[in-house]
Each structure stands twice: as C-alpha cells, then as structure tokens.
Ligand binder design. Sequence first.
Ligand code: 5GP
Length: 206
Amino acid sequence: MIERSGNLIVISGPSGVGKSTLVKQARQELSYLEFSVSCTTRQPRAGEVDGKDYFFLSEAEFENKVQQGEFLEYAGVFAHRYGTLKSEVVARLQKGADVILDIDVQGAKQIRQAAADDPEIARAAQFIMIVPPDMATLESRLSGRNSETPESLKLRLSGAQSELSNFRVYDYLVVNDDLNTAANELIMLLKTMKMRTNIVKGEPFA
Ligand code: 5GP
C-alpha cells in the first residue's frame, strides 16, 4: 500500500481572470480536494458565509493572530489584510489531503520562502497561476462586469499586470481563454499532482 502526504496547492491569478469559477469547478469534480479558508479584514460580500468563504476578522483580531504566529503567510491586498492559518493546512497535509490555497502573489512568495526553510512544505508545495490569454481580454472581462468604477478598474488592471509579471514564481500556467478547456487543464494538473514521487511516504517497496 503506497501512503502519501498531501499536496499544498497554491493557486493565484489576477482579479477578473476567472480563478474562483475554475477552482469551484475543480472542487466539484475532485471531491477529495480541501480548501483552506483564509482570514480577511474586508467586509463580507452578499452571499458570503463566515467560516466558509473566509473568516471575517476585525483589524485587531487579525493583528492578534499575526502576533501569535498563527499564519503560514499573510499580506495586504487592495487595502485589506488576508492570511492563511497554519491550522487550515498543516494537519490536513499530514493526513494526506490535498489542500488548495487561493492566495495572491505576495502570499505565494512567502510559501516559496517557507518551503526553502521547511522540507515538509518543500515536498508539498505546488504553484499554479491562472492567466488570461492577453491583457486586452482581461480588460474587456473586467469592464464587462460593470461592477467597477473607472478608478477601481484602473487599480485592478495595474494590480493584474504586476501580478502577471510574477508568473515565473509559479510552476504551472493555466490559460483561461475558453473556460471549459481551462477547467479541464486545471483538473488534469491536480490529478497529476497525486502521482508525484515526492509525496510518497517511506519506502513502500522495501
Ligand atoms: P477577494 O477579496 O476578491 O476575495 O480576494 C482578493 C485577493 O486576495 C485574491 O487575489 C485572493 O487570491 C487573495 N487572497 C485571498 N485569501 C488570501 C490569503 O489568505 N493570503 C493572501 N496572500 N492572499 C489572499
């Protein structure tokens, strides 16, 4: 019997690229995936549930967790703070679950750094970036949402550009041109990760 530890799957992508939809489809298809619920200081949007979409915290509660060393990584994104709790990740990896982190580039870089210091994270961590086929497509998708003011559109586009310029931080790119194709590619990648020799525990053939 081959026993495995879990994969720590970091997925990033700029605002408007369709990351949430793709992650949702992958989770529906691959029911074994577990999702790390992040902490944030931003307000819940309509329909978001505390403890399911995020743990919604006050600035003071968030800072307390920083001081207590409870975060695997944390960062400021669009004027709010976001962080991944160690308690959402570490035990699940040990029991062999694949855990998805939907985090930004700053967070991904911190996980890379953590991997440099911790062989367990190094074995587990895999980095995927979801990208648009080009900037014009991203711009037209973001403006097509009609949810953005001209200022916030500009802010999101320049954020997207700087996020995309970091694509080499990641191991894999999934290009979201056609949604079904991208979903299939993401699912294929996630399935392949289960086959990595790095996550096999011990010496099963001894
Ligand atoms: P939103 O507010 O739209 O849900 O998320 C905004 C951005 O914050 C997204 O790019 C998302 O990936 C990122 N984000 C969500 N949770 C975390 C986290 O725990 N850590 C970091 N570094 N970024 C996060």
